[in-house]
Design a protein around this ligand. Structure first.
Ligand code: NAD
Length: 359
């Protein structure tokens, strides 16, 4: 008999090209009449155009979202929200914009609505992060989970190819770790396998033609599923390692996930046969080579799609490997295979040099 626990997270999803035009009815259904629109400086034009389309329901735009949510930006967003009497935040953009909305929700209790434009998946999780004095704190709190998420693939057409690829692998990483998580269950595993299938089938088409709306839709559907997995289960070595790399060396988020994932998967594969079987099915569906060795299959795909090949390419110095390895094992966490500093150093060395992943 199977036994498992699955907790559905309370949120509504609107999916499909043009769905951003349904924002007014969505906000009104939530009783929101004066939202603060949050976006990054690079996406100010999009943030302002969405605010204009909302009329009085958008009270102001704050185009100041930044990677890893610096606490001073979160404080400013909270102050602006209070000054204008906002009754909610509308986060438009990638994980940085959504993360800023979550920080306001955490400190001020305002509900968040998200319009994601990358594949990072933060909009599906109750996980918040705040960076202060060079250190990033994260936690889970149901208050930060967006009440409603609008996935409009038309808004992802402008996502540059390099970011589309690495953001897509960031999503795949959520699903991979979900497949061998200590609290994995049949529902999250279904979402993870389908999420990987959708994302790896879509990414080559997106790279061939970034304006292919069908492929963009499939990628965003995959991102949704992978993000939902991240929101539902406990993460292991891969996410801890990427957190250590980002926190210690400020390496870019999505490219770091992309480089590290095949190496962690190769390391964990011998201890996670069910995850390997699920990934094999997902990759076979899309006709990939090496489906029985998903780590090699994914590694080859990252290279074929032009992703960065090594941590060295991302600016990491070889001397930093021991420090990051220590940070990644500083606190215990669940992982299918026991983790030691030496193992992590060897793994990091391969990822740093861009070598073929091995167990
Ligand atoms: P991001 O949000 O920082 O976006 C990267 C860049 O791409 C920005 O300049 C942004 O303006 C631009 N951009 C986004 N969408 C675009 C589009 N459609 N067209 C053109 N440009 C676009 O990057 P990200 O990878 O989405 O998010 C990374 C952040 O999210 C990190 O801080 C990470 O820790 C966090 N994150 C959190 C969770 C969670 O569950 N809490 C999950 C995943 C990521």
């Amino acid at each position: 008999m199977r036994e498992f626990r699955y907790e559905a997270l309370p949120m509504r999803v609107l999916f499909g090209p043009g769905s951003v035009r349904r924002l007014p009815e969505d906000l009104s259904a939530l009783g929101l009449r004066r939202v603060l629109v949050l976006c990054s400086p690079e996406q100010e034009e999009l943030g302002r155009s969405i605010a204009t389309s909302l009329g009085d329901a958008a009270a102001a735009v704050l185009p100041e979202a930044r990677m890893h949510v610096p606490v001073e930006v979160a404080d400013r967003a909270r102050d602006v929200a209070a000054q204008i009497g906002a009754d909610g935040c509308l986060a438009v953009g990638g994980g940085s914009a959504v993360g800023l909305g979550k920080a306001v929700a955490l400190q001020h209790g305002l509900p968040v609505v998200a319009v994601p434009t990358t594949y990072a998946g933060s909009e599906m999780t109750p996980i918040w992060g705040l960076t202060e004095g060079g250190a990033k704190r994260t936690g889970r709190d149901p208050r930060v989970l967006p009440r409603s998420v609008i996935y409009d693939p038309e808004l992802t057409l402008s996502l540059p190819i390099p970011l589309s690829v690495t953001s897509g692998f960031n999503a795949v990483a959520h699903a991979v770790e979900g497949l061998y998580a200590p609290d994995a269950n049949p529902i999250t595993s279904l979402m993870a396998e389908e999420g990987v299938r959708a994302m790896v089938s879509a990414l080559p088409l997106v790279v061939d033609d970034p304006a292919d709306l069908e492929a963009r839709s499939e990628a965003q559907y995959g991102a949704w599923l992978c993000g939902a997995v991240l929101g539902a289960i406990t993460m292991s070595l891969h996410h801890k390692l990427c957190h250590a790399l980002g926190g210690t060396l400020d390496l870019p988020h999505a490219p770091t996930h992309t480089v590290v994932l095949p190496h962690v998967l190769a390391y964990n594969a011998p201890a996670a046969p069910q995850a390997v079987a699920a990934l094999e099915r997902a990759l076979t569906h899309v006709g990939m080579q090496h489906p029985a060795d998903p780590a090699i299959g994914l590694w080859e795909l990252t290279i074929r799609l032009g992703a960065p090949a090594s941590l060295r390419d991302l600016g990491m110095a070889e001397d930093d490997i021991p420090r990051v390895a220590q940070a990644a094992v500083a606190n215990p966490y669940a992982n299918p295979r026991p983790v030691t500093p030496d193992d992590v150093e060897r793994l990091l060395h391969r990822a740093w040099a861009g070598e073929k992943p091995t167990p």
